[in-house]
Design a binder for this molecule. Structure first.
Ligand SMILES: C[S@@+](CC[C@H](N)C(=O)[O-])C[C@H]1O[C@@H](n2cnc3c(N)ncnc32)[C@H](O)[C@@H]1O
Length: 241
């Protein structure tokens, strides 16, 4: 496996600190950005959904933007010829390198999705899973531009599990109430959860579709299956070039 180091500030300082803390956690599930009670079957369903949306072929080079500790990557690698994971939090990139060390077709770069420093037209599929909610709109637009550049055409970008701005108000009022009433959480834990919620970026499907179209892509929104976690307030976006 080869490595490279580069840093960028698209990931906001708030989220960088959060993900540095997650990297220090014992659980690989938490390191990947999920809650420690995340159900194994749900995770399996998520990975299957991502693979199916990507339509990966054995000959493909797959770019995994925001690969965290390489949890999704360990499955994607088995489906493609070459896997490139990029991760701006160095402690997570190190974990991904260690977790995927046995795979000769894997490469982890410490980089941000808006400046991956890969040659133009060098990857066939791009997965951006649970990443854009940590980035402001200007950074997401730059990321899409960069992905359109590195994608070999015809190719596909999947933006996976996007918080839907149209559902934000309804979700947040229920969620805030649920957290405030949770007896098992301390006041500090409640404040931390609500602070994370306040720092998340929500995106309208129409705006992402318009940005993809401006780059020459053809985008379609996929609703999440009814059994998927967060299916009431998230969507997937598939962009073909
Ligand atoms: C919720 S985790 C998801 C990890 C992985 N994609 C998965 O689904 O298991 C989000 C990850 O995206 C990374 N990230 C955030 N902003 C990024 C950016 N601009 N470029 C690349 N990665 C980013 C974070 O550091 C974090 O590791």
């Amino acid at each position: 496996m080869s490595t490279s180091t580069q840093t960028s500030e698209s990931l906001t300082a708030f989220w960088r600190a959060e993900y540095e803390r997650k990297a220090a956690h014992d659980s690989p599930i938490v390191q990947s950005g999920r809650g420690c009670k995340y159900d194994a079957q749900e995770l399996r369903n998520e990975i299957s959904r991502a693979i199916s949306l990507l339509q990966i072929e054995r000959s493909h080079t797959v770019l995994d933007v925001g690969c965290a500790n390489g949890l999704f990557g360990s499955t994607l690698i088995a489906c493609c010829q070459e896997y490139v994971g990029i991760e701006p939090v160095e402690a997570l990139a190190k974990l991904a390198r260690r977790n995927l060390a046995e795979f000769e077709n894997a490469k982890i770069l410490t980089a941000s999705g808006d400046d991956v420093r890969l040659p133009s037209g060098s990857v066939d599929r791009v997965l951006i899973a649970e990443v854009i909610q940590l980035n402001p709109p200007a950074a997401v637009r730059r990321m899409l531009q960069e992905m359109a550049r590195v994608l070999r055409k015809p190719g596909r970008i999947v933006i996976f599990s996007v918080p839907d701005r149209e559902k934000q108000a309804a979700f947040e009022s229920d969620y805030t109430e649920e957290i405030r009433r949770a007896d098992h959480l301390s006041d500090g834990e409640k404040a931390a959860i609500l602070n994370r919620q306040a720092n998340a970026h929500w995106y309208a499907a129409d705006e992402l579709v318009a940005w993809a179209n401006e780059l020459g892509g053809s985008a379609r929104v996929e609703r999440l299956p009814e059994n998927a976690p967060n299916c009431d307030h998230r969507f997937d976006l598939v962009i073909d070039f």
